[in-house]
Design a protein around this ligand. Structure first.
Ligand SMILES: Nc1ncnc2c1ncn2[C@@H]1O[C@H](COP(=O)(O)OP(=O)(O)OP(=O)(O)O)[C@@H](O)[C@H]1O
Length: 662
């Protein structure tokens, strides 16, 4: 009689998979009938089967609730299930993480998890799914043998490992009970083994790969000049390199896995690990070292790096250059502030001394004297020189805009607010310097907020509920007399006294005109210079716009002039000014200029011949050649513009103003 096996499963999907497995392994020798437990069966007699194989214990229980047959002659077997080898690579590819195991009941969940562990997949922390529970803290991936619908909504990634097949012991028990030919058993194990070997190969490949990666990291860590130590949130050391082994005087094999408190005896190092600082110093023997501490974003690991002072300095320089490239760091140092006048030198000396302190600095000075330049230099010489430098002009924005620029806002605070909110300048400049230019223009509302920051060291974003600590050096500048502003009630006295602790003035250019040649030289492009006459004009001027005005004057002259910039190349305004000691015009030059002015008033240009005739008529006997030479002279002074060919000449505005002066 042909031996018959009944397979009973929970659902049709499982039935199809398990039936295919049994059929492949035993189909040539026995007849297999498969049912899903709740399927309606007609003419069905379970006692006709020699063996009934259940896919799980719950299926078995359900079966006997449906069929109350006495089954004395039938062997009942609940199969053990394993993981589908095809799904193996998908499990191996998952990163080290916590993963939810989902199946239809508690037992099958545990069984699935057990099989995963038994197969050697140990990099996953498997969390058992519980029916009715919706949230699993921080778990976003689930592994399930085709029970996707049961996965809770908090799961974003589902790894379907397909229906779990019977494991080999179940098959062997069937073969054994049915007393099947031994050759079948060996054939079976061959087929089974082939699959298992493949599985093992992928596991080994993984282990080998992991080992290789681990060796590689070790090698890299040891290549580094710095000493490195990493520990987890429990203070257990997870990595060290040779540099750190030397500092600790202990081998990595002892250190790794031990608590930091067991292996670190150096008090400075231990204190640095415990405190909040991210940078510290450590002396080992005679040598100074810099300590750095970084915590991973998930706060699960902390890495401590020990660098030699020289190397740290080099890196900080590079970081500074990078900051500078991004325009965040201060761009100027005291060397960039040109001038040797004692008043300027005094300002430089003061600023240098004030830079070292922690108080705010207030810089007084007229517009364009270089207050911002000084603010950069103060930042550059301060403790926070490595941090960012942000400047804001308090008069350039409306009160509400300035408020949001300085303090930032939370998402949804107002129409047009950026998604995720916006960090204000106080937050951005934290750890660095915030330069508040034209502080005298601050509205009373913003003055009150600024006072709060200075007193409390924290800000509150617009629309935000919590206070955010900030640590900035404040440098403020004004061209107003702040004391007067306080007296007249426009500036808060408490804010004034907070800001005014350290202050200095930058002298206006008119009080340090001896610096003009130096400044001009620095501002002029290479190969360009000022004619003595032009320089004389610049010396005579009062410079209400200070260096900013000087800069634009030079830029103007360079655009209009050649290599030697004459008074004629200066902006019109300057050309009207009479240079000191300028040689007076000779009467015939004066006459020619006068004639040209007369013609210009009629909108005419005059030829050399005509000029000679007119001059002669007024008693100035000049040949055409003599007129040509004098017109050339006037043109050199910028008073006349010569026309080409027969075009004739005309007087310039500079010539006209000279004439008026005379
Ligand atoms: N001593 C100096 N040497 C070289 N350049 C200078 C010097 N002083 C000022 N400058 C230049 O002049 C311009 C104006 O300087 P800065 O903006 O620092 O003036 P300020 O006093 O802050 O002006 P404001 O009060 O109008 O903001 C800048 O381009 C700056 O580089």
């Amino acid at each position: 009689m042909h031996k018959q096996l009944l397979l009973v499963t929970g659902n049709n999907n499982t039935k199809a998979v398990l039936h295919a497995q049994l059929n492949m392994l035993l189909g040539d020798t026995i007849s297999i009938r498969s049912i899903a437990v709740d399927e309606k069966q007609q003419n069905f007699r379970p006692d006709e089967f020699q063996i009934i194989l259940f896919s799980s214990r719950s299926v078995r229980e359900e079966f006997f609730q449906l069929y109350a047959f006495p089954l004395e002659q039938t062997h009942l077997l609940t199969g053990k299930r394993t993981i589908n080898p095809e799904a193996f690579p998908r499990l191996l590819a998952l990163p080290k993480s916590r993963v939810l195991v989902v199946n239809d009941d508690e037992e099958s969940v545990n069984e699935t998890a057990e099989s995963i562990y038994q197969l050697g997949i140990d990099h996953l922390e498997l969390i058992p799914f519980q029916t009715g529970r919706h949230f699993y803290d921080g778990v976003t991936t689930a592994v399930t043998p085709s029970e996707k619908d049961r996965c809770p909504p908090s799961i974003s990634r589902i790894i379907d490992i397909d229906v779990r097949p019977f494991d080999m012991t179940t098959i062997i028990r069937v073969v054994d009970y049915l007393k099947l030919d031994e050759t079948i058993a060996s054939k079976l194990s061959e087929r089974y083994l082939t699959k298992m070997v493949k599985l093992q190969e992928s596991l080994l490949a993984k282990e080998d790969h992991t080992q290789k990666i681990s060796d590689h990291y070790h090698e890299l860590l040891n290549q580094m000049d710095d000493a490195i130590l990493a520990f987890n949130h429990k203070g257990v050391i997870t990595a060290v390199n040779q540099g750190m082994e030397k500092i600790l005087s202990k081998a990595a094999s002892i250190v790794i896995g031990s608590s930091i408190y067991e292996v670190i005896s150096n008090r400075t190092l231990l204190q640095f690990i415990e405190n909040k600082d991210t940078r510290g110093f450590l002396t080992i023997g005679e040598q100074e070292h810099v300590l750095y501490k970084t915590t991973t974003s998930s706060f699960s690991s902390t890495v401590v790096t020990v660098k030699s002072v020289e190397k740290a300095f080099e890196i900080e320089q590079t970081a500074r250059r990078e900051h500078r490239r991004k325009g965040l760091a201060s761009k100027y140092t005291l060397q960039d502030i040109i001038g040797e006048h004692p008043l300027l030198t005094e300002a430089k000396d003061r600023s240098l001394k004030m830079a070292a302190a922690d108080y705010p600095v207030l810089i007084y000075g007229e517009t364009g004297v270089g207050k911002e330049l000084f603010a950069h230099a103060v930042h550059h010489n301060s403790k926070q020189w490595q941090g960012p430098f942000f400047a804001v002009n308090c008069s350039a924005m409306s009160e509400s805009l300035l408020h949001s620029e300085l303090f930032g806002y939370e998402e949804g605070t107002f129409t047009g607010a950026l998604k995720g909110g916006k960090r204000g300048l106080f937050e951005l400049a934290s750890g660095g310097t915030l330069f508040l230019d034209e502080i005298g223009e601050l509205s009373t509302g913003v003055q009150a907020q600024l006072l709060r920051v200075l007193q409390e060291g924290e800000i509150r974003r617009i629309g935000g509920g919590s206070n955010i600590p900030v640590e900035n050096r404040i440098i403020a500048a004004t061209n107003k007399n702040l004391e007067l502003e306080v007296r007249e009630g426009r500036f808060r006295s408490d804010l004034f006294y907070r800001l005014n602790v350290l202050h200095f003035s930058v002298p206006p250019l008119r009080e340090r005109k001896s610096d003009l040649p130096l400044l001009c030289k620095a501002l002029l492009r290479e190969n360009r210079k000022l004619s003595p006459e032009a320089e004389d004009i610049l010396q005579k001027y009062d410079w209400p716009g200070n260096i900013r005005e000087l800069k634009s004057t030079i830029a103007y002259a360079e655009t209009t002039g050649g290599n030697v910039l004459t008074s004629g190349d200066l902006p019109e305004f300057f050309r009207k000014m009479r240079p000191r000691n300028a040689a007076p015009l000779t009467p015939d030059l004066f006459k020619l200029l006068d004639l040209l002015a007369e013609a210009a008033s009629k909108g005419e240009r005059v030829s050399l011949k005509k000029l000679a005739e007119k001059a002669s008529a007024d008693g100035y006997s000049l040949s055409i050649q003599q007129v040509r030479m004098r017109i050339q002279k006037l043109a050199e002074k910028g008073f006349v513009e010569k026309g080409s060919g027969r075009m004739g000449s005309t007087i310039t505005t500079q010539g006209l103003s000279r004439l008026q002066e005379l």
